[in-house]
Design a protein around this ligand. Sequence first.
Ligand code: ATP
Ligand code: MG
Length: 251
Amino acid sequence: MIQVQDLCKSYHDKKRGTVNAVDRISFVCQPGEIYGLLGPNGAGKTTTLRLLSTVLTPDSGMAIVAGHDVARQPSLVRANIGFLSGDTGLYRRLTGREILRYFGSLYGIEKGLLNRRVQELSNILSMEDFIDARTDKLSTGQKQRISIARTVVHDPPVLILDEPTAGLDIIASRAIMEFILQARSTGKTIIFSTHVMSEAERLCDQIGIIHQGRMWAHGTQADLRRLYQCDDLESVFVRAVNLEPLPSLRV
Ligand SMILES: Nc1ncnc2c1ncn2[C@@H]1O[C@H](COP(=O)(O)OP(=O)(O)OP(=O)(O)O)[C@@H](O)[C@H]1O
Ligand SMILES: [Mg+2]
């Protein structure tokens, strides 16, 4: 489970001064749930996900991930998450299978189990055709599937995915969405960011709309539609980011 309370992170920039990238954000995502973070460019989504992944340390506030505090027990948090960031790199000279075996062995997974796990991920993410090719020869979508497999090779209970389908075609996006749904059905706690409303509509149990570092609104899709009196998520989003945070929902 992910529990976030009044999380804050600011950056200090010579030209821009202090940027409150994440400003008192709170939410909860339960096991077996998918939480979607939506927000315009620069809203604070990546910063939030980096805080949850212990890549960044919060200035104040609290985040508990898989039962551990991100500030006090970062290594325990890291052992229990799979974090896909926009800049997750792959070793160019290695094949997908070699990369997955390498990362799996870093997590101490026994060889036989690891081989079965790699095969399972290859099936789920439809990687058969390219898992044994060097990654510098792969397309963007193929590399992204390898990156996602790498993120989850140790079968962590919590998945933190920053724009997992960015730049992918419909087939590749669908493969990744299916994978996320399957992960939910096995009880994983999943948080991801996206700019694709149809994706959020299909996947998310809860949605948080972030803007200027603040949680503008959050709830189930039905809650948000009711609140903003819109039938579709895109209209909810546009209304939400053009309005002041609603006092009743400000969190
Ligand atoms: N390393 C940094 N130094 C200074 N400012 C930063 C840094 N990283 C992010 N920011 C600023 O923090 C704010 C939030 O950025 P963040 O990357 O979290 O947004 P985002 O919601 O992920 O946006 P996008 O949809 O474009 O990915 C922005 O104003 C950004 O310019
Ligand atoms: Mg981002």
